[in-house]
Design a protein around this ligand. Structure first.
Ligand code: S3P
Length: 457
C-alpha cells in the first residue's frame, strides 16, 4: 500500500495530474531540451522595451513564459509566433509601456512577476499584478524596497505579497543598490527600472548570480559597465536607454537538462545526449556537482550562441558517492537542489547541501518538500534551516512505494518522478500539472529514452 504525504490543491485553474514513475534502466538516446526559461523571459521583456522588431528562436513555450508574453501584450507590445516557431516582438521603447487595462496575472512565475514589477516601476502608469496560489505566497518585498527608492508607489498585501499595485514613478531617480539577497530576479528588476530612469543606476551583488540580463542588455544596445569592487560585482546601467530589437537564440535550459542528466546518472546502463545546453558558469553548478559525485558528463562541441556558452552534454551513470556541495556554489545551481537530493539518495554516503536558504521561498519551500517526500520514500535525511543532508545508502537502497506532494512546484514534481526511476518500487506525485510551467514535454522526453512514467489511477 503506497504511503501518502500531505496533499495540497493545485492552482485555481488546473485539474490535477497524477503520475507514477517505475524502476527503469538503460536510458539511451538524444533528447532535445526546451529553451532556457530565464533567457526566454528576458528576451520577451527586452524585446517589449526595445524599438523595432526582436526575433526569438528556441523560446521556451511553457506557462511561465506565456504569462510574461500576455503581460507584455497588456503593456502595449505586439508579440506573435510564426508558423516555424520563431517569436517576433515589436516593442514600445523604454518608458513606453501603456497602462494595462486589466490585472497582470503572472501565473506561477516569480521571475515574470519580479522582472515586470521592475520594468513598470519607473514608467508613469498603474499596473496590478497577481499570480497563482504559490506565487501569491512568495516574498515581493525584495523588489518593492528598491522600486520605492526609485520613486514608485507600491501597495501590496501584508508581508509584501501579491496581488500588488504599482504606481510607477513619473520623476524617477537613479539608484545605487546593494542586493540584500543573492537574487538575479531582484538584480534584473533594478536594472530594468534603471533603464527608464534618468542618469546611471548601479546594482551591486556581493554574491554572483546568473548574468543573462547583463549579457542581453549589452546586445540590445544598452550602455552597461561592470566593475569588480571589494563588496562584489557592480553593474552600472545608463538610464533613458534606447534599446534596439535584436535576434535572440535561446539555448537549451540547463535547469531542465538537469532532470535528464540526473535520470541518466541514477539508472544503470544509461547514456543520454542533450544537445545545445547553456553552460554559462553562473548556471552550471549542478554539472560540476554531478561530476564530483561520479557522473560521467562530457561537454561536446562547446560554442558561443547569442552571447551564451552552449555545449552538447553526454551523460552516463556510474557509481555515485556523497559530496559536500560548497555553499558558495548555491546561486549557480539554486533550482537544482531538489533533483540533486534525489541523486544523493542513491549515492553512497552523505551529501551535504547548505547555504541555500533561498530554497525556502521558491515555488514551494523546497527544503521541506524534499525532506518530507524523501523520508516517505525511505531515505534518511537531515533538515537544516538553510538546506539538507541526504544520507545515501547506494543503488537499490530507496524503498519508494509512495506518493509525494508536489506543492504546486514543477521542480519538486519532476524530482520525485526521477527518484521513482531508481527506487525499488514506484514513486508517484500527487499533482504533476505544475511541470507545464517550465518543461511541458518532460514526461515525453524521459519516456522517449526508456523511462517508465505513466498516469496513476
Ligand atoms: C531566476 C533567478 C532565480 C531562479 C529562478 C529564475 C531568473 O531566482 O531560482 O528560477 O531568471 O532570474 P532568484 O533570483 O530568486 O534567486
Amino acid at each position: 500500500m503506497a504511503r501518502q504525504v500531505n496533499v495540497v490543491e493545485r492552482t485555481d485553474i488546473h485539474p490535477k495530474v497524477r503520475l507514477v514513475a517505475k524502476p527503469s534502466s538503460g536510458l539511451t538516446g538524444t533528447v532535445s531540451i526546451p529553451g532556457d526559461k530565464s533567457i526566454s523571459h528576458r528576451a520577451i521583456l527586452l524585446g517589449a522595451m526595445a524599438v523595432g522588431e526582436t526575433r526569438v528562436t528556441g523560446l521556451l513555450e511553457a506557462e511561465d513564459v506565456l504569462s510574461t508574453i500576455a503581460a507584455t501584450r497588456l503593456l502595449g507590445a505586439s508579440v506573435e509566433r510564426s508558423k516555424g516557431g520563431e517569436w517576433r516582438v515589436w516593442g514600445v521603447g523604454t518608458g513606453g509601456f501603456h497602462e494595462p487595462d486589466n490585472v497582470i496575472d503572472c501565473g506561477n512565475s516569480g521571475t515574470g512577476a519580479r522582472l515586470l514589477i521592475g520594468a513598470v516601476s519607473t514608467v508613469p502608469i498603474v499596473a496590478t499584478f497577481t499570480g497563482d496560489r504559490s506565487l501569491r505566497s512568495r516574498p515581493m518585498q525584495r523588489v518593492i524596497d528598491p522600486m520605492q527608492r526609485f520613486g514608485a508607489r507600491i501597495q501590496a498585501r501584508d508581508g509584501g505579497r501579491l496581488p500588488l499595485t504599482v504606481r510607477g514613478a513619473s520623476n524617477a531617480v537613479p539608484l545605487v543598490y546593494e542586493l540584500p539577497v543573492p537574487s538575479a530576479q531582484v538584480k534584473t528588476a533594478v536594472m530594468l527600472a534603471g533603464l527608464s530612469a534618468p542618469g546611471e543606476t548601479c546594482v551591486v551583488e556581493p554574491v554572483a548570480t546568473r548574468d543573462h540580463t547583463e549579457r542581453m542588455l549589452g546586445a540590445f544596445g544598452a550602455s552597461i559597465r561592470i566593475e569588480e569592487l571589494a563588496q562584489g560585482k557592480a553593474i552600472f546601467v545608463e538610464g533613458h536607454a534606447e534599446l534596439v530589437g535584436q535576434r535572440v537564440a535561446v539555448p537549451g535550459d540547463p535547469s531542465s537538462a538537469a532532470f535528464l542528466a540526473a535520470a541518466a546518472a541514477i539508472t544503470s546502463d544509461s547514456d543520454v545526449v542533450l544537445p545545445g545546453i547553456g553552460i554559462n558558469p553562473t548556471r552550471a553548478g549542478i554539472f560540476a556537482t554531478l561530476r564530483e559525485m561520479g557522473t560521467r558528463i562530457e561537454c561536446l562541441n562547446e560554442r558561443l550562441e547569442g552571447g551564451e556558452r552552449v555545449a552538447d552534454l553526454r551523460v552516463r551513470g556510474s557509481c555515485l558517492k556523497g559530496v559536500e556541495v560548497p555553499s558558495e556554489r548555491a546561486p549557480s545551481m539554486i533550482d537544482e537542489y531538489p533533483v540533486l537530493s534525489v541523486v544523493a539518495s542513491v549515492a553512497e554516503g552523505t551529501t551535504v547541501m547548505r547555504g541555500a536558504s533561498e530554497l525556502r521561498v521558491k515555488e514551494s519551500d523546497r527544503i521541506t518538500a524534499m525532506v518530507e517526500g524523501l523520508r516517505t520514500c525511505g531515505v534518511e535525511v537531515t533538515e537544516y534551516s538553510d538546506g539538507l543532508a541526504v544520507h545515501g545508502k547506494g543503488p537499490g537502497s530507496v524503498h519508494g512505494d509512495a506518493i509525494c506532494a508536489s506543492y504546486l512546484d514543477h521542480r519538486i514534481a519532476m524530482s520525485f518522478l526521477c527518484l521513482g526511476l531508481a527506487a525499488n518500487n514506484p514513486v508517484g506525485v500527487d499533482d504533476a500539472s505544475p511541470i507545464a510551467t517550465s518543461f511541458p514535454e518532460f514526461v515525453d522526453k524521459v519516456t522517449e529514452v526508456g523511462a517508465a512514467i505513466t498516469s496513476a489511477p
